[in-house]
Design a protein around this ligand. Structure first.
Ligand code: HEC
Length: 148
């Protein structure tokens, strides 16, 4: 009997890592929507400052850094198995994982360049870097996000 109990414990120990890999797709879907919405709001902040609607040039660097931080978290928000539920992500996020990773990397490079431009304090450079960031968002959405 004791032997059996030990055996059962062994099975539990073996199966625990498998259970740990079980994920809650809805939580990831919500999480990445929030990340993306945050990215949108930071780009809008920079856009409104550049347009002169807000006299807050000193905040550009903070928005730029926030965008750069978000860009680094994007890949982690799309784990395998998080494609079931109310998601606008297309299946190719997972079937073309290399392409998706490349699109995420491109976006990160654009946000890193934006931080450099913001550090220079040159608003023309910031404008150009923002256009590249915007293209990188759109580039990924065109390939990997369902149209509404
Ligand atoms: C590597 C690909 C990729 C990059 C880069 C990317 N996105 Fe997304 N984005 C997606 C996908 C995929 C979805 C759909 C997510 C879902 O519904 O599960 C999405 C969804 C969104 C949404 C809708 C969120 C919601 O509430 O449903 C917004 C807004 C958004 N992205 C903004 C941005 C902005 C702004 C950038 C650039 C700064 C950006 N994204 C960069 C892939 C990307």
């Amino acid at each position: 009997m004791k032997r059996l109990a030990l055996y059962a414990t062994g099975i539990l120990m073996i199966s625990t890592p498998v259970l740990a890999e079980d994920i809650d797709p809805e939580a990831y879907i919500k999480y990445r929507e929030h990340l993306m919405e945050n990215a949108k709001h930071h780009t809008q902040g920079i856009g409104d400052i550049l347009k002169g609607k807000l006299h807050l040039p000193g905040n550009i660097i903070h928005h730029a850094r926030a965008l750069d931080e978000i860009a680094q978290m994007i890949p982690s928000a799309f784990p395998e198995g998080s494609d079931f539920g109310e998601t606008s992500a297309k299946d190719n996020v997972w079937s073309d994982a290399d392409g998706f990773a490349a699109a995420a990397k491109k976006s990160r490079e654009a946000t890193a360049a934006l931080v450099k431009a913001a550090e220079s304090g040159d608003t023309q450079q910031v404008g150009q870097a923002m256009a590249a960031v915007g293209d990188s968002c759109k580039g990924c959405h065109q390939e990997y996000r369902k149209k509404k």
